[in-house]
Design a protein around this ligand. Sequence first.
Ligand code: PBG
Length: 332
Amino acid sequence: MSQRLNLPVRLRRNRKNHAIRELVRETRLAPGDLIYPLFLHEKEVDEDIASMPGCKRWSVEGLLAEVGEAIKVGVSSFVLFPAIEEGLKTPGGEECHNPEGLVPRAIRAIKAAYPTSVVITDVALDPYNSDGHDGLVRKDERGEIHILNDETVEVLCRQALCHAAAGADIVAPSDMMDGRVAAIRDALDAEEFERVSILSYAAKYASAYYGPFRGALESAPKSGDKKSYQMDPANSREALREAELDIEEGADILMVKPAGPYQDVIRLLRDAVTLPIAAYQVSGEYLMIKAAAADGWVNEEAVMLESLLGIKRAGADMILTYFAKDAAKRLA
Ligand code: PBG
């Protein structure tokens, strides 16, 4: 005879069937939470990306089709990442504010075809400058490289203006230069782009998880690393300072990046500030799930959804993820 425990509190009662589990569910993931990062290039064909299985470098035409597919499953927000031809890369990154450049053309095409979509652009110099850094680089007499802050901010403002003029809804500075949010806000407002929002990569860490992305854009730094501008993975109080400054400077949304390994930082910001919080499930996080699933070691769909739910539960209001379209299909 088994002994009945004297247990007035039994948490399993709230888990006893599907409908009850739905009632007590604390976090829900919806297609509308997701932002879909898309790579594009000048070519007229869509190319598979070796470092990121399941992702492509789209032609502008292919991009439009993919945006249409995503909208059908409930994802209406997109971030654009251009692969710029080697010949257009310069030390000054001037191509980043060419009004006829790849990104402004893509923005115009998307907004013309899908006026209700939200087009977000990455503001940083790494796809455009020949050094592969997010900012302008100066080499000193000893051959050591320095990433120039204030000079870079000036170029970022021109880039943001170029994207706004093409119709971007949100500009997202990912460069981690000091003072760029205030400068970009000023520049936008001076040109009457006060409706354009700033999604600030407030806490962007110097992370090894960006590897596959740099492969996708061939944008890895030619020398040195990004540790003098991106944050030290060991720090979280500093993330709060970054967030506070970006709020003062006029950011509309704050981002934490990467997402999964930094869920404590997402929670910290969620509890400390009132702005919406975005989290970026970056290329390495995506690839690890893809690779494990390809070997049959985990169930791709289940792990994909659980990884996104965990990020949302940590406090993210929105999630940038390469899984956006696939996840939305499963959620629909
Ligand atoms: C560059 C940028 C990076 C990512 C987004 N914008 C790479 C980097 O900072 O080196 C990474 C995204 C990813 O890994 O998915 N400004």
